[in-house]
Design a protein around this ligand. Structure first.
Ligand code: COA
Ligand code: AMP
Length: 632
């Protein structure tokens, strides 16, 4: 590996984290600059910039308007699904955000109150997020592909004062009315928000109830004053983003204000090579962490231009959509999921569409959200002729744990690896006893505490679950939940989750939620969901169900049951779960303590060598299942 700048920065970060990040913190504007970078007085809890006071929205908007970027585009909205596009400057975005912040305030939203957002990829989603940040309210965005039960679980945990929504989301195959889903979620939830503010879209107008407010009406209400930025502690929460664990109860990942702004602002030039005034496009969704960090906050904190893209890589209308958008807006770098590239590759294997667009200013393609398989890497690299950079991270960390830090030093790429630990992350591979393993040996990928600024300080109102989920396996380490190894050059290889979390088309889903939806069917006694390898989506869920005793079904009855089960998952979890395959089986393989052997079943289904634990209760159950899992 090369000698240079990366090693120097990484070593400095590891040996003197407080000194390093203290200096980096000067990159944002503080109301009261922190006198201390890291509070490590309460391990395993760490806090960055404990006495700093600032405002994230100020750093994302006001300071750029004041600093000469008022007329620069902040957002290019490109919506092939509606056939529309528009550009919003920093000055215009600031005006809208300040007004919407005033609207929230007029509805009684104060610093620390939560606001749930259920919105598609439209600029108003960013306006609402930044408006919350402006007044110190805590936003919690719920991905539009989640069904009412998932939305209800998040409402119940976050206890929002207000919900902000659009009247519909638009998928290539259909328009999805959001309001009935929100109403259903509120009915299911014990917590009831005071109001729902709805942005009406012409494709589907929402029917408004007595607690609902119309976005345009409140924004045009002259009696509502725009709100100024409210000073918050660096350690105050900016947002809560729920992510899937193995259980059905989502985990509320907390993001603080100060550490987040410092880390993301630093990441743009140093990790992504993006400078103020350039256009950075993360083709994700604001409902995911990539959307929070690299559609909304990082590009705006850094004074760059972001793109809000309401469409798909293919089918809206074709596999050339990404390349045309890159040309249209002079995009310097695109960030998306490997699945999107696999979809484009399938439709346009020779890259004909790329040739029709001028991509001369397109410098790099960044991919994350799931493992970047070498085939997809090679195809994209060969067809585009630019660096293709894999970066590995999680909702919990908020920015890459491993990447090729192109702004510090562009390291050689090794296909199959997201390159090296990002400066600030002390990544180690541990065996079951918690010992560091040799280079090349697989184990649990862990991060030595403290993690850098911007990573989760805890789970929303649940320190115990935070410790239990992430910090209790190995003392002094954060457990990523991924397995893998580090080679002798220090390159990390992420091989997949060691728990039962699914990753479908770059979307993280919980086995527990899908199983709960299946188990709710009156004929199901027990069930298991596993994520099996899929050429396009990386993984897809597969369900195995055992019927209640006494229930026998003929072929037609079984087909009907499967249809009902697929429908249940769609309506309880959401269409993104994409469950298509259900098998009715006699029994599920378990350990003697009753733990279902999902990993073993997954390995069999994927045609890998299966690890059968010695504690298996009845090995014959697995043998009966083997041909079912292998489709033999
Ligand atoms: N709201 C409502 N429904 C949604 C949705 C949303 N925001 N996003 C997806 N869905 C629905 C889709 O309409 C689809 O429903 P269907 O079963 O009725 O067709 C289902 O969820 C599955 O969607 P998707 O995962 O998008 O699969 P697809 O087969 O429609 O498209 C790809 C395949 C590859 C084009 C698509 O998965 C993709 O764009 N992937 C990139 C993922 C990504 O950017 N991830 C972000 C992580 S960084
Ligand atoms: P999420 O929290 O939704 O971002 O999902 C995080 C999980 O996705 C990680 O724990 C990994 O399992 C997987 N993941 C994300 N990026 C990568 C990557 N570049 N390589 C391998 N796995 C990844």
């Amino acid at each position: 590996m090369s000698n240079g700048a990366y090693r120097v920065v990484h070593d400095r970060c590891t040996s003197d984290p407080a000194g390093f990040w203290g200096e980096v913190a000067e990159g944002i504007d503080w109301i009261t600059a922190p006198t201390q970078a890291l509070d490590d007085s309460r391990p395993p809890f760490y806090r960055w910039f404990p006495d700093g006071v600032m405002n994230t929205c100020y750093n994302a908007l006001d300071r750029h308007v004041a600093g000469g970027r008022a007329d620069q585009a902040a957002i290019h909205y490109e919506s092939p699904v509606t056939g529309s596009s528009r550009t919003i400057t920093y000055a215009e975005l600031l005006e809208q955000v300040a007004k919407f912040a005033g609207v929230l305030r007029a509805q009684g939203v104060e610093k620390g109150d939560r606001v749930v957002l259920y919105m598609p990829m439209i600029p108003e989603a960013l306006v609402a997020m930044l408006a919350c940040a402006r007044i110190g309210a805590v936003h919690s965005v719920v991905f539009g592909g989640f069904a009412p039960a998932e939305l209800a679980a998040r409402i119940e945990d976050a206890r929002p004062k207000i919900i902000v929504a659009a009247s519909c989301g638009i998928e290539p195959s259909r328009t999805i009315p959001y309001k009935p889903m929100i109403d259903a979620a509120i009915r299911r939830s014990e917590h009831k928000p005071d109001h729902c503010i709805v942005f009406q879209r012409e494709q589907v107008e929402a029917e408004m109830g007595e607690n609902d407010l119309d976005w345009v009406t409140v924004m045009n209400d002259d009696s509502i004053e725009p709100a100024e930025c409210v000073p918050v502690q660096a350690t105050d929460p900016l947002y809560v983003l729920y992510t899937s664990g193995t259980t059905g109860k989502p985990k509320g990942i907390v993001r603080d204000n100060g550490g987040h702004a410092v880390a993301l602002n630093w990441s743009m030039p140093n990790l992504y090579g993006i400078h103020p005034g350039e256009v950075f496009w993360a083709a994700s969704d604001v409902g995911w962490v990539v959307g929070h960090s690299y559609i909304v906050y990082a590009p705006l904190l850094a004074g760059a231009t972001t793109i809000v893209y309401e469409g798909k890589p293919i089918g809206t209308p074709d596999a050339g959509a990404f390349w045309r958008t890159i040309e249209k807006y002079n995009v310097a770098s695109l960030f998306t999921a490997p699945t999107a590239i696999r979809a484009i590759k399938k439709e346009d294997p020779d890259g004909e569409f790329m040739k029709q667009s001028d991509l001369s200013n397109f410098r790099r393609l960044f991919l994350a959200g799931e493992r970047l398989d070498p085939d997809t890497y090679e195809w994209a690299h060969a067809k585009l002729g630019i660096p293709v950079i894999d970066n590995w991270w999680q909702t919990e960390t908020g920015w890459p744990i491993a990447t090729n830090p192109v702004g510090i030093e562009e390291l050689p790429v090794k296909p199959g690896s997201p390159s090296v630990p990002t400066p600030g992350y002390d990544v180690q591979i541990l065996d079951e006893q918690g010992n560091q393993v040799e280079a090349g040996t697989e184990g649990a990928i862990c991060i030595k505490l403290p993690m850098p600024p911007g990573t989760l300080p805890t789970l929303w109102q649940d320190d115990d679950r935070y410790v239990e989920s992430y910090l209790s396996a190995f003392d002094g380490y954060y457990l990523t939940g991924d397995g893998g190894y580090i080679d002798s050059d220090g390159y990390i290889y992420v091989m997949g989750r060691t728990d039962d979390v699914l990753n479908v088309a770059g979307h993280r889903l919980s086995t527990g939620s899908i199983e709960a939806a299946l188990a709710g069917h009156p004929s199901v006694a027990e069930c298991a969901v596993i994520g099996v390898a899929d050429q396009m989506k990386g993984q897809i869920p597969r369900a195995l169900v055992v019927l209640k005793s006494g229930i026998t079904l003929d072929d037609a009855g079984e087909a009907e049951l499967k249809k009902e089960l697929v429908g249940r998952v769609r309506s309880e979890v959401g269409a993104v779960a994409a469950l298509r395959e259900v098998d009715v089986v006699q029994a599920l393989p378990k350990t003697r303590s009753g733990k279902i052997l999902r990993k073993t079943m997954r390995q069999i289904a994927d045609g890998q060598e299966a690890m059968v634990p010695s504690t298996i209760e009845d090995a014959s159950v697995l043998e009966v299942l083997r041909p079912v899992l292998r489709h033999e």
